[in-house]
Every structure is written in C-alpha cells, then in structure tokens.
Design a protein around this ligand. Structure first.
Ligand code: SIN
Ligand code: CO
Length: 403
C-alpha cells in the first residue's frame, strides 16, 4: 500500500482524546473500571487510509486480517481469514460484513500517529491498532473482549450497544470460531459519529453495528495472563540451565525401603531449585523487560545485509537524514533495581551506563529520530556504537528517500 503521511506528524497538535478529562482522572475513574464516551474526541479526524487501501493491506502476506459475514439462517456467522485476493472483495454483498485488519501500525508506520494521543498509558500495555471497515449493517456480533479498548470512529456512523452484566462461559453461539454472545441485552447505546471515542474496560459486552459505510479504529491493549507471565519467566530461567547438567548422587547411601523417596534425594532437588529459580529483583526486572519487548510473531527484524559503518551513519545524519524505529520492533526501558538504565529492544537488553542513560528515553519516546534529536547522542562514541548496532540489526532503519 505504502500509505502517505496524512494523519499528521508526531509534532502536530495532539487531540485531547479524553475531552475535558485529564489522563490522571481518566485512569483513576475509568481505566479498567467503567466505559467512557467522548464526543468529538478527535475533531476533524482524517481517515489515514481508504477502505480500498485497507482491503489492499488485507491482501498482503504477513498481515493478519479477517472477514466476518452475517448471513442469517442456520449458521448465521462466517469467519474468513486473510490474506485475501481482490476477487474476495468483489464477491461480497452490499451489507452485513466486516473486514478487520490487525497490527496496522506495524505494517504502515505512519498510522502510529493514531496511537500517539493514547501514550499516557505505557507503550508496553498497547498491543496494536486494528482497523475495521463495514458496509451498512456490518458487525462482528455482540461479544466480550479480555482487553481494554479505545474505539475511535472514522468515517460513517456506528451504533454501539453495551452491557455490564457478567457473561457466563456458556453464553456463546455454537458452531462458530467467533465468540459471539447467544444472549445480549443492551443496557446503554450510542451512535458514534466521526471523531467520537468509546473506551471499554475488559469483559464489558459490546455490539457495534455500522449504520453506513464506516471505518473504526481500535486501540487494543495487552495484558498477559498469569500463566503467560510465569511460563515466560520459567522459560527464561530454563535458557540459563546447562542442558547437559543432570541429577547425580555419588553420595547415595543404602536405604531401608526401596520404594521410599528419601530425604537426601529431596534435599538435592530442593537445593537445585533454590539455585536455578532466582527470584531476586534484578533477575525479575531484566526478564520482564526482555519478555515485554519480544516482538509479536511475524515481526522479527531482519539484520542489514550490507552493514552500515559509523561513517555512513554520520554522513546520513549530517545530510539531514533521520533514523526510524523498525515499526514492528518494541522499544522499552527501565531503571532497574540497581539504578541502572536498561534499554530493551525486541527481547534484547542493553545496559546503559550513566553517561548513556539519556539515550533510552529518547529512543523509546520517538519513532523518528531526527538529526536534532540525535545531536547529543552522536557526540559520544558509545552512543554512536549503540545506534549502529541497532541499525545493523534492523531495529532502527534508514529509509531511502522516495523520488
Ligand atoms: C469492529 O471494529 O467492528 C469491532 C471492534 C470490537 O468490537 O472490538
Ligand atoms: Co470487541
């Protein structure tokens, strides 16, 4: 597709998507607690892509897309997975379907501008920007999600109905991969116009139906399950264990009962567990940063085939060129329990000493690193080396100027 810059640059005036609410009040009163409707949250919002461009994206390999069709009859819902071909769209009816494309900002980096006003919530909590297009009566059915979502209305109007009633696990339609509620009794409803915003906490049932051809932008959040977190930590610990190391007992002594698991065996295993499962703050901190910055499947950066030299980097920036963050890469940082600043990019940890610490917030805040933003960093050889390493690993990118 490659979309052009139509959403505005990072420096453009940021819409106050929460209306009169401050981010602090929103977090205290609404976040993960209750829905919020903001009329005119993004005044004059210009759709950054057309429905045709969205469909074009859904035809690309490596882009996660779905079509949900409501057909009525015995099996009223049909789910199709992309990538699609032009013909799939030409054969669609005039109403009652939705096209949904996931992770759009990772494929078309200009669209990250749509996420910018929501960055009062930490970047690592944001999962993706999903864009849906629906002709009249298009919907994905009433359902609940496990995650918070901001639903920003683009072109067209959409009616949203919600219900706070707890949803029982058996309240879903049979014979469909879609988790559509069998029973949904709306408690509130609104018609969203272009630029309006609806925030929904997890598990609030919702049902959005297009009243006319409409685009909806969903800023979706990520909240790893406890199982995922603990599983991730255990995997990290496993990586540190020598695969050849094995249970040994050269001090085995004779025991009375062959069936007994004796105290000495138990003690050996207990001491192994204490040795390998380190729950110290430093280990947990480094694991957490690495875990959260792991790229989503399919978004692992490709190293540069022709590595840049320090001179190439200097010349590029001196000529007014910028460095862009690879749009699929995750950049986070933390000040670890020992007070050291650690930069995490796509699962890698870079410990930055005190002189280099300022580079982490810079790289994590800006997706485009202009010469002005890079000026201080380029004065230091360690920082230049870090930028060069990130560049050659494909985590930072130099885009050739289009003619
Ligand atoms: C849609 O955009 O149609 C669906 C979004 C959602 O319900 O989460
Ligand atoms: Co939903």
């Amino acid at each position: 597709m490659p979309p052009t810059k139509r959403v505005g640059s990072e420096a453009a005036m940021m819409p106050k998507v929460l209306g009169e609410l401050t981010p602090a009040r929103f977090l205290a009163e609404y976040w993960q607690k209750q829905p919020l409707l903001v009329r005119g949250a993004w005044p004059g919002l210009q759709d950054p892509l057309t429905p045709e461009e969205l469909a074009g994206l859904a035809c690309e390999e490596g882009v996660e897309s779905r079509l949900v069709l409501e057909r009525g009859g015995e099996k009223p819902w049909e789910l199709r997975h992309g990538p699609f071909v032009d013909d799939d769209f030409l054969k669609l009816p005039d109403s009652h379907w939705t096209l949904l494309v996931q992770d759009v900002e990772k494929h078309a980096s200009d669209l990250t501008a749509l996420l910018e006003p929501f960055r009062f919530i930490p970047d690592w909590r944001i999962d993706d920007l999903m864009i849906s297009y629906a002709p009249p009566a298009g919907s994905v059915g009433p359902h609940v999600d496990d995650y918070d979502v901001f639903l920003l209305q683009g072109q067209g109007r959409r009616r949203w109905q919600i219900s706070h009633r707890p949803v029982e696990s058996d309240n879903c339609l049979p014979d469909t991969e879609l988790r559509i509620l069998r029973e949904f009794i709306p408690e509130q409803e609104w018609v969203l116009e272009p630029g309006d915003l609806l925030y929904l906490p997890p598990r609030v049932a919702h049902y959005g139906v297009a009243l006319e051809p409409c685009l909806t932008y969903s800023v979706g959040f990520r909240a790893p399950s406890h199982r995922e977190l603990v599983g991730g930590f255990l995997e990290f610990l496993l990586d540190g264990i020598d695969p050849e190391a094995r249970y040994t007992d050269p001090d085995l002594s004779v025991q009375d009962h062959p069936g007994e698991i004796g105290p000495a065996a138990l003690a050996r295993v207990r001491s192994l567990m204490h040795e390998v499962i380190s729950l110290d703050d430093e280990t947990i901190a480094v694991w957490f940063g690495r875990y959260l910055s792991e790229p989503k499947p399919g978004f692992r950066a490709e190293p540069e085939t022709n590595p840049y030299s320090e001179n190439d980097l200097r010349e590029h920036v001196r000529g007014g060129g910028s460095l862009e963050r690879n749009p699929g890469s995750r950049f986070h940082y933390m000040v670890d329990p020992a007070g050291e600043t650690v930069l995490f990019v796509d699962g890698q940890a870079f410990s930055l000493g005190p002189a280099l610490a300022f580079v982490a917030p810079l790289l994590c805040r800006y997706r485009t690193l202009t010469p002005a933003r890079l000026r201080e960093a380029l004065k230091q050889s360690d920082a230049r080396q870090l930028l060069l390493d990130l560049l050659n690993e494909g985590l930072l990118v130099i885009y050739e100027e289009a003619d």
